[in-house]
Design a protein around this ligand. Structure first.
Ligand SMILES: [Mg+2]
Length: 313
């Protein structure tokens, strides 16, 4: 009997989304960081919708700090809204919890979710609770942006430069529980980026998502990839560069800028943003192919060996 682990996350999503109905109000359906909708009479804005689960023993362990779990649950959704260049607006939250969970833990979790949401301009407006075998927090987030301004994964053009914010790798040490969703950066980028996504599955896997959605190729310059200090602290068999390429949950923004706007973009970013960003490659016409180029100029195909749910790594 075939199971989910035989087919993996990408194929599961393909099967679930194949044949979904759409309507004229759906600007962008499944496959991006958020769906984009434009209901009749919605005025001068588009709405972006996303949902995200955070599950015990998958995204955190019970000994994690409940304030960090609450932060992570909201911040993951905020990161998807940021990846559209949109402004956070509302959230609905479902909490599944075992009956023996201490009330104090739930209150810590809840206070943290409210604090993170409030800091980023998102109101929690409802949800539900249910008893279940382990703690799960499901966040449904809604954001908005000016009509037509949402930055999709599908907009990259051959010749565009590829950029990333911040530093990558080693997120499982601590970053995955305390990362800052790149809301301000995403909002800034909606006037510049041709395509964008947030790095949740790792640069290698998410590069393929960008290539597939935009029907282009990517060339990554290995020496330009910003490797974070934690990528060097894992003490396993892999290099810091390997961690920067494949570790999930960096929650940085990967985006494309048209080549003839790069100089102006670099200047505008340096003037406006505190967080560094850097060019790490370019968009090519080799549709669906992602290659890395090392310091000697050697090109190698990059597999999408980042994180996939349902599969052992
Ligand atoms: Mg995302």
């Amino acid at each position: 009997m075939q199971t989910l682990s035989d087919i993996g996350e990408s194929e599961i999503i393909r099967r679930i989304t194949a044949g979904l109905e759409s309507s004229g109000e759906v600007v962008t359906g499944p496959g991006d960081d958020c769906a984009v909708i434009r209901p009749a009479g919605s005025g001068d804005c588009d709405w972006v919708l996303t949902s995200d689960p955070v599950i015990e023993n998958r995204h955190f362990t019970r000994d994690a700090d409940f304030a960090q779990i609450g932060h992570k649950a909201i911040a993951r959704t905020l990161s998807d809204i940021a990846a559209m260049g949109a402004d956070p607006a509302w959230a609905l939250i479902n909490i599944v919890a075992p009956a023996d969970l201490p009330v104090d833990d739930l209150e810590t979790l809840n206070a943290s979710m409210q604090a993170t949401a409030s800091r980023e301009g998102m109101l929690i407006i409802g949800g539900d609770v249910s008893q279940g075998p382990e703690l799960q927090v499901h966040v449904f987030g809604i954001g908005r942006c000016p009509t037509g301004a949402a930055v999709l994964r599908s907009g990259a053009c051959v010749g565009d430069r590829l950029y990333v914010t911040g530093e990558l790798g080693g997120s499982q040490l601590r970053h995955h529980l305390c990362f800052q969703p790149r809301i301000a950066e995403g909002r800034f980028l909606r006037d510049w980026a041709t395509a964008m996504l947030d790095l949740s599955d790792g640069l290698a896997t998410d590069s393929h998502h960008l290539a597939e959605q935009s029907k282009v190729g990517l060339r990554l310059n290995l020496s330009a990839i910003p490797i974070g200090p934690d990528a060097d602290q894992l003490y396993d068999d892999h290099s810091p560069l390997y961690h920067a390429l494949t570790d999930g949950e960096d929650f940085e923004l990967l985006f494309c800028i048209a080549a003839d706007r790069c100089a102006a973009f670099d200047a505008a970013w340096a003037e406006t943003m505190k967080l560094p960003c850097c060019a790490i490659g370019e968009i090519t016409d080799a549709a669906g192919r992602v290659v890395t180029v090392d310091a000697e100029g050697q090109a190698k195909p990059l597999s999408d060996e980042g994180f996939q749910h349902f599969r052992a790594r």
